[in-house]
Design a protein around this ligand. Structure first.
Ligand code: DQA
Length: 148
């Protein structure tokens, strides 16, 4: 059966393109989603997109992904550094999640160095800007054994 993935973006990522372009680049979330849709087509998989500025809505989306999707690419934005609830939701769903950040969080302010979700995800991709999303799709497919 065709694999299905969810690309879930958290707070302030709806503002990509105009938000601190020196840090996050000028690519909009719409551009990223279009590139990921084209990549999904090439990989022969289904992809869905969601974005919310609300912690609970992100948790609801993770819960809903269980049984609907085979894996999730999650840019939890600043909730990465604060949310034990999102970490628990990832653990609860037992879905493979790739943690994604456009910026290299380890090269930025100290408070961004710690990720509450890093210990419960398959792996982390950060520092590659918008290119990180298609990279994460390849990583997730490899993890799901669909890279051959
Ligand atoms: C981010 C990094 C976070 O520290 C920040 O709060 C974001 C975006 C990134 O994609 O680089 O909102 O997740």
């Amino acid at each position: 059966m065709k694999k299905s993935i969810l690309i879930l973006n958290g707070p302030n990522l709806n503002l990509l393109g105009t938000r601190q372009p020196e840090v996050y680049g000028t690519t909009t979330l719409q551009d990223i989603e279009a590139a990921c849709a084209a990549k999904a087509e090439a990989l022969g998989i289904s992809v869905s997109f969601a974005q919310s500025n609300h912690e609970g809505a992100l948790i609801d989306a993770l819960h809903a992904a269980k049984g609907t999707h085979d894996g999730v690419i999650l840019n939890a934005g600043a909730y990465t550094h604060t949310s034990i609830a999102i970490r628990d939701a990832i653990s609860a769903t037992m879905l493979p999640v790739i943690e994604l950040h456009l910026s290299n969080i380890h090269a930025r302010e100290k408070f961004r160095h710690h990720s509450h979700i890093a210990a419960v995800v398959v792996g982390q991709i950060c520092g590659f800007g918008a290119h990180g999303y298609p990279l994460a799709m390849d990583a997730l497919m490899a993890h799901l054994g669909e890279d051959k």
